[in-house]
Design a protein around this ligand. Structure first.
Ligand code: IVH
Length: 703
């Protein structure tokens, strides 16, 4: 190396980068390596040696920027044995009352006000949740929550966290035990890490939660090992045998097995409608908040009896047996520098205030939403105003009020634009609605870009590498307009000059990684596909309801096209889905009325060159429940006697049935109890199978 000139070094580095990228592709992309691991390692060593000698020649896409033998594209995705859901949030005692009423309503025994509910309260830590799988006491897998259904394999990384045992002590654990909890960083460690980052010119983290997430998701486990991460256990996923009868007892078990628990915690009993014990528990933890040394943003309340937890189960989003009672939002005062109007993916125009940056609850805030024109006028918010802002959890900061006596003398109301600041189309407002919309549709760059961003986002097509920056870049270069373009990008790139790999800041590897990520995303489940389309009001939960009802992409699309007619059977069937109302149904069919949307849809799944289509939508996999009512549609009417109506519905769903709210020809069973009225009559007229509660329970094997 002593003799190597700068020029030779530079050309060799280029050559090595290309060779290594090529072998990476062969190895990771095609599973067809052409050289041995030792030869590959030698290439990398040579590259590193030259870089060490000529650091100023390191290429922007140098192989050394990618770590070890892992593909830079990311972590392996693995399905959770039991999904990891999130929690419903409560901000007030009133909301907590409703939560408890829901439980009282669900569990029939609790209809007797003398029966009390025990709850465990523990801090809600702000980190990121992980699931740790132990088999025969040995840590075999660590997954992030991911989208709740699939997580990222971070086994090597979690093994570097001191609070996480690799081997459980020999004490009565089930053979399969998934411990769930939060990976987090203490306030002190967070500050220290940021100081270090500053010294080495690295990126500062906005808050401990981001720091924890960034540290855990390092491709190089050695990098994670150098980050001060900790872990609290608070729940479990799959277990081969039950671990306890109550949450409180389960906590004790987790502790025995070597896990740290989140403290301070408490066990409270709520009798009838006396909520003092509950409030006290929340207050006690709130008071200690600032001395805990890590960030806590509320108290998680969990039903203590695990048999009740089991019966209560989950709705489409979260458990019915737990809730996060958040602390009141933190407030601060700052100045509005200016106001801009942002256009969302559906064209909604949202006024946003750019603020003099300020820290609220440990997070640096520089923008706040002003919601809509009416809200802004009602609070009379103007540029240069001093305002009180607040931030609650992950919610976007908002302006609470204007400090009027600090308003500059020359202040004028903000003139809300009449035209879209991005595309110039008229901003319109539907009658009686607060929201203003840009009428530009996909002609508006902002809308088109936001839709693309939604399409590739984590819970939709999940295409890593197509973030805001790249969507903007490709949009501006005219390469991306609709979702169809994403999947033809690689093919078009082959004929373009220069190709992506020759763009500034790009290289073979980064271009390859992007195409690879797009390729991997081509197959998608029906629920994610529906969500990705970005139909107004159709979030993840609704998308799942639709997928569960229609099962295949073809059936769904055909039915929605038919449902455009308001008097059609298809419309009736759409409305019969529990959780889909008139306004949602209207938004869904409106999407199908748009010719532009129809075009995108058909291009996405029309087979190309007699072969593959751009995307493949996997049929919805109904929970594979061996039950005689799996896939059947049932309607309950009248009073139930052995369980509450809510429990009966939830129970039917767990047995694989679809519960509908109205009777139609497609209904398989109508379960009637005392007081059944018009629905039973309708069912008779249609000649449907009518069952008593007992007959139904017999059918599902519960009697
Ligand atoms: S229990 C089935 N307990 O909050 C849900 N979660 O917003 C089980 N979290 O995803 C979760 N502290 O990451 C539970 N003491 C605690 C928690 C906690 C923080 C996180 C968790 C969850 C999120 C929900």
């Amino acid at each position: 190396m002593g003799q190597l000139t700068e020029e030779q070094a530079s050309s060799e580095l280029n050559e090595l980068a290309e060779m290594i990228a090529r072998h990476d592709r062969l190895y990771y992309g095609k599973d067809q390596p052409e050289i041995t691991d030792a030869e590959y390692d030698a290439l990398r060593r040579r590259n590193n040696a030259i870089e060490a000698r000529f650091p100023h020649l390191i290429l922007p896409d140098s192989p050394s920027h990618r770590v070890g033998t892992e593909p830079a594209a990311g972590f392996r995705k693995i399905r959770h044995a039991i999904p990891m859901t999130s929690l419903e949030n409560a901000l007030t005692l009133d909301h907590m009352r409703k939560f408890l009423d829901g439980i009282r309503n669900f569990i029939l025994e609790l209809h007797n006000p003398n029966v009390s509910i025990e709850l465990v309260g523990e801090p809600k830590i702000d980190g990121l949740s992980c699931s740790l799988r132990y088999e025969k006491g040995l840590l075999v897998l660590g997954l992030t929550r991911g989208n709740g259904i699939e997580g990222e394999d971070v086994t090597a990384n979690v093994k570097t966290i001191k609070d996480i045992p690799h081997q459980l002590p020999s004490k009565g654990w089930p053979d399969v035990l998934e411990v769930r909890g939060e990976v987090y960083m203490s306030d002190k460690d967070f500050i220290r890490l940021n100081e270090q980052q500053e010294l080495v010119g690295g990126k500062r983290f906005a808050n401990p939660r981001n720091a924890a997430a960034g540290s855990l998701r390092q491709l190089d486990p050695d990098a994670t090992a150098h980050r001060p991460l900790r872990f609290f256990a608070y729940a479990w996923g799959e277990v081969s045998t039950p671990i306890a009868q109550t949450q409180w007892e389960a906590r004790r078990k987790l502790k025995e097995w070597g896990f740290k628990l989140n403290e301070p915690s408490g066990l409270v009993e709520v009798i009838d409608s006396d909520y003092t014990t509950l409030s006290r528990c929340h207050e006690t933890i709130h008071v200690q908040r600032s001395s805990l040394g890590f960030s806590v943003d509320g108290v998680v309340m969990k039903v203590n009896r695990l048999d009740w937890q089991d019966r209560l189960g989950f709705d489409s989003r979260s458990p019915r047996w737990a809730i996060a009672w958040k602390f009141p939002p933190e407030q601060a005062s700052t100045v509005i520098r200016n106001i801009v109007v942002q256009i969302g993916r559906l064209g909604r125009a949202t006024p946003v205030a750019n603020l003099a940056p300020i820290t609220v609850g440990g997070v640096l805030v520089s923008r706040a939403t002003l919601h809509n024109r009416d809200e802004m006028e009602r609070k009379d918010i103007r540029e240069d105003d001093t305002v009180i802002i607040q931030r609650a959890g992950d919610v976007i900061p908002q302006v609470v009020e204007v400090v009027k006596d600090r308003r500059p003398v020359h202040s004028r109301p903000y003139p809300f634009p009449t035209h879209c600041p991005v595309c110039g189309s008229t901003l319109a407002r539907e009658e009686d609605a607060a929201e203003t919309y840009c009428t530009g549709g996909l002609f508006c760059q902002a809308q088109a870009r936001e839709r693309l961003l939604h399409f590739v986002s984590r819970n939709a097509f999940d295409i890593e590498g197509l973030g805001e920056k790249n969507i903007r870049l490709f949009y501006e270069k005219g390469l991306l307009r609709t979702p169809v373009d994403i999947f033809t990008l690689e093919e078009r790139d082959r004929h373009s000059d220069p190709p992506l790999s020759a763009w500034k800041g790009w290289g073979d590897t980064s271009a390859h990684n992007l195409f690879d990520a797009i390729h991997r995303a081509r197959t998608i489940s029906l629920d994610r596909f529906i969500y990705a389309l970005g139909i107004r009001q159709v979030g993840e939960a609704t998308a799942r309801l639709l997928a569960r009802h229609y099962l295949t992409r073809k059936n769904w699309c055909r039915s929605m096209e038919a449902a455009v007619d308001p008097d059609s059977e298809a419309r009736e069937s759409l409305l019969s889905i529990n959780g889909i109302g008139e306004s949602m149904a209207e938004d869904i069919v409106s999407f199908f009325r748009e010719p532009q949307n129809q075009e995108v849809l058909s291009k996405l799944y029309r087979p190309r060159n007699d072969s593959e289509s751009l995307v493949t939508v996997r049929d919805f996999e109904p929970l594979n429940i061996a039950s005689p009512v799996s896939g059947k549609t049932v309607v309950f009417t009248g009073k139930m006697e052995t369980m509450s109506r809510s429990e009966a519905k939830a129970h039917a769903e767990r047995s694989g049935a679809n519960v509908a709210s109205s009777v139609s020809k497609k209904t398989d069973y109508v379960v009637t109890g005392p007081g059944a009225g018009s629905k039973e009559k309708e069912a008779r007229e249609l000649g449907l199978t009518i069952l008593s509660e007992r007959e139904w329970l017999n059918l599902i094997g519960k009697a």
